[in-house]
Design a protein around this ligand. Structure first.
Ligand SMILES: NC(=O)c1ccc[n+]([C@@H]2O[C@H](COP(=O)([O-])OP(=O)(O)OC[C@H]3O[C@@H](n4cnc5c(N)ncnc54)[C@H](OP(=O)(O)O)[C@@H]3O)[C@@H](O)[C@H]2O)c1
Length: 312
């Protein structure tokens, strides 16, 4: 049984290797309690920690892994029993969210318009990722995908820039569908990724088919739903640091903190950092019912998300 668990915990094992010696020791000590644990996630993390330090367990070959930030908790009980629907799972942020959730052993249902595309880029079912096909513009697809989920992270966005209705369909109708289905299913938490500038009708991005105006309508649908929410509005998204530039630490402002003057200058942020913020928002009480604008700043102090959310 241990061998099966160890195999299915490939990513956790890698994380554990990175854990400090003291963390590893306490995890190994916890192994006898394993059979009493109801949470599969705990079991996976504990066993993988033991495996990483045991000479008679074969070393795992490193699977591809998204870079994990120091702030990700290794075994946070607040994620027990959580099953997350990730909408936009094949997008830049969505993919990073799925990978980070899977790396922590959290159950994920990844919603994508193309199961084939999703399967080619997301962790396998053995790492707790279930892929479902669906279009957020169709309520029936979304309602089906939502079944059994307790939380939702929405990282969809219009991908066809030539489609004048893309933002209306995805950011407005799509998000309305997701929120309605979440309400119907009794989902506890919805984290929605939109954008800096959403409160400002004059923000230049609106020249692109009114994209921010539709995102704002999607936000309002969530805020009116009564479901606990966190709206995460990132600055310019990057897949990797710009050549020769240092990536700063995450900083968070409240609604309308960044944008055109007199607001603060909107900066940029890695998609993996946005994903990390979304995963943290699922369980951080300080993120409850908040709109947060998120960028990075070189020289900013390296704060955890509890402090960051509390500052808004
Ligand atoms: N680019 C930036 O600098 C920037 C800055 C701030 C905020 N944002 C916003 O941040 C969010 C995440 O950005 P990103 O760059 O990670 O997004 P992205 O890579 O463009 O991915 C968007 C995702 O949405 C999915 N999607 C689109 N329409 C859908 C539909 N009708 N049904 C189901 N899925 C649908 C796409 O799936 P397919 O694979 O099927 O197309 C894709 O997985 C977006 O809302 C974006 O507008 C972007």
């Amino acid at each position: 049984m241990a061998a099966t668990l160890v195999q299915s915990a490939g990513l956790s094992a890698l994380n554990s290797v990175r854990a400090s010696a003291s963390q590893r020791t306490s995890a190994i000590k916890a192994v006898p309690a394993l059979r009493f644990s109801k949470q599969r996630r705990h079991a996976r993390i504990i066993v993988s920690a033991a495996a990483a330090s045991s000479s008679d367990v074969p070393q795992l070959e490193a699977p591809p892994i998204a870079p994990l930030n120091r702030q990700l908790p290794e075994a946070d009980e607040r994620y027990d029993e959580v099953k997350v629907l990730v909408a936009g799972a094949t997008g830049g942020v969505g993919k990073a969210v799925v990978r980070q959730l899977a790396a922590q052993g959290i159950a994920v249902r990844a919603l994508s318009r193309s199961g084939l595309k999703a399967a080619g880029m997301l962790p396998p079912a053995s790492q707790g990722v279930e892929i479902v096909e669906g279009d957020v513009y169709r309520y029936s697809d979304v309602a089906k995908a939502m079944k059994g989920c307790t939380a939702v992270i929405i990282a969809t966005g219009p991908t066809d820039r030539l489609n004048p209705f893309g933002s209306y369909q995805t950011d407005f109708e799509g998000n309305k569908n997701l929120v309605a289905a979440a309400k119907q299913e009794g989902v506890k938490k919805v984290v929605l990724v939109t954008s800096i500038g959403t409160d400002d009708p004059l923000f230049p991005l609106n020249l692109l088919w009114g994209v921010l105006l539709w995102k704002k309508q999607g936000e309002l649908a969530l805020q009116r739903s009564g479901i606990d929410y966190t709206i995460v509005r990132p600055g310019g998204l990057l897949n990797e640091p710009r050549a020769g530039r240092t990536v700063g630490n995450v900083v968070i402002g409240g609604a309308d903190a960044y944008g055109l003057p007199p607001r603060r200058r909107p900066g940029s942020i890695l998609r993996t950092q946005v994903a990390e913020c979304c995963v943290a928002a699922l369980v951080e009480p300080a993120a409850s019912n908040k709109v947060v604008e998120i960028v990075t700043e070189v020289g900013a102090p390296p704060l955890g998300f509890t402090e960051l959310f509390s500052s808004v």
